[in-house]
Design a protein around this ligand. Sequence first.
Ligand SMILES: [Zn+2]
Length: 270
Amino acid sequence: MAKITANVYAETGFRGCNPGFVVTREGVVMIDTPQMPADAIKWRDEIAQYGPVRYLINTEPHGDHFSGNYFFEGTVVGHEGTREAILAASVEQLKERLRQTDPESLALLKDYRYRPPTITLSQRLTLYVGEHTFQLINIPGHTPYQVAVYIPEERVVFTSDNVFYKVQAWLHQALPYQWLDSLKLLEELEADVLVPGHGKLCDRSYIPEMRAFVQDWIDTVKAAIKQGISLEEAQDKISFLDRYPMEGGSEPMGQQVQRWNVARLYEVLQ
Ligand SMILES: [Zn+2]
């Protein structure tokens, strides 16, 4: 766990997303939750020393950000689309995945249930807790429902998966052009530290590199469409695996992720 500023903590070493939390005068505000049950319990015990969890903000509709909600107290806050995704999520599928990746953790899921946001936003929402401000901003890109969490008093922003720091990005549900705009918005927030959805902590100087990655994906798939290359052929040909590694633990999915990314862009750019 890294202490980023006087009151902000984040963890970039867990499997899955990078969760974080902010210690305010009136309790703790969490941003996302650890994916693996054992990590979630460890994280809960570490956070307990800083006070009760008041709010838990989910930055996006993917399970590696929200499946750990179960282990925590606090009112869940997130995008309307994230609420829909959580309501539609299957507990059986989650258990099946864990059966393959960490079977021992199944014992920790006895009364497991998903916890969807009970406070939602579609564009913006501001929480005032203690002396801290949490600006939640919908920044479509990696999915339509991404939410950045900007804490101006700490000059920190949690970017959601719109920033993958030097690891492969997932574009399987992307809105690619809006993603470029959202990165511009992130670059303009007055923050010294960015907590990316995946990969190590970074700062605003990384945004142009992330933009270039999304732009290169767009250009490459667009060129393939223009040349009349079929989707299947494009999927066989296009890969960005040589640019960044897959995040630790998901290496075997590298090829498949490239194919999903191509399929999504092929569909939306046509
Ligand atoms: Zn994601």
